[in-house]
Design a protein around this ligand. Sequence first.
Ligand code: NAD
Length: 297
Amino acid sequence: MAKAGFIGLGQMGKPMSRNLMKGGYDLKVYDLSQDAMQDIVKNGAEAAANAREAAVGADVVFTMLPTGAIVEQSVFGPCGIAEGMSMDAVFVDMSTILPEETRSIGRRLAEQGIAMVDAPVGRTSAHAIGGTVTFMVGGDSADVARITPYLECMGQMITHCGPLGAGAVVKLVNNYISAVTNVVTAEGLAYGLAAGVSEDTMVEVISQTPAGLGHITTTWPAKALIDDPAPAFQLDLARKDIGLALTAAAAAKAPMATGAVAREIYNIASAKGHGREDWSTGIFRTVKYLAKGKTDG
Ligand code: NAD
């Protein structure tokens, strides 16, 4: 039977490791917390005294830990994973950490002949319990193929995003968009409430528009994603509408801090000649240009 090591048995790691066992894998586990260990050992996992021991004899070693520094310590620290792993095993970090931290750990492991895959996780602990988390995976195709049956026990929608670190990049992009949209949604609804409109009414309307549905599946496919500037909705009109919202919100003393920054991006886009283009294409062209660090053009 294939063997796995699993380090980090918290909110996510505990149910995920349980699902791995249910999938038929022999599991050796390690966590700083004895309580966390006991639970999963009761379910049939073998307790390790440290990360190195959890890695000995495993075909795949997983970490699900809070930070990059802790993952690094767990791999390269005393009694760490790197001391215990065999050369033909694969190390899989599923924690949310910086892409550069991932690549640095991967480079050091490669010097010892050990392969690494990053597989950060989407969704929440409820999905970890149900075995329905998603995985954004980075690494060599052969390594990714090798660990996929393990991931399939813990989740669904396994996306190979590119080389090592690409999973971490996509995870950050996703969480950035999601977290910032959360703030903008709060700003919009708080202004509407202050202006006397009910939450239910706003939710009814916004649930049917790009504001509620998200741009990536509504406005972007026909415009920004194929770089088509022909306007379905002109950038300068969207710029005007942000201005109207900021003016009305200021009168109601409702904060629109994120909107104020967004208007500056619209101003830059307009000043650079994108004002008559489609709002999605014009904004994407502008921000891609800025992201390359160019100062003119
Ligand atoms: P958690 O704090 O519940 O669990 C972390 C576990 O790691 C704890 O049991 C802790 O005792 C253990 N630990 C800490 N240092 C250790 C070490 N040196 N050796 C062994 N064990 C150690 O965190 P979590 O919610 O399970 O999150 C884990 C990772 O998954 C994080 O990077 C988080 O950002 C990411 N994530 C969390 C969620 C979520 O909904 N909770 C969703 C997606 C991704």
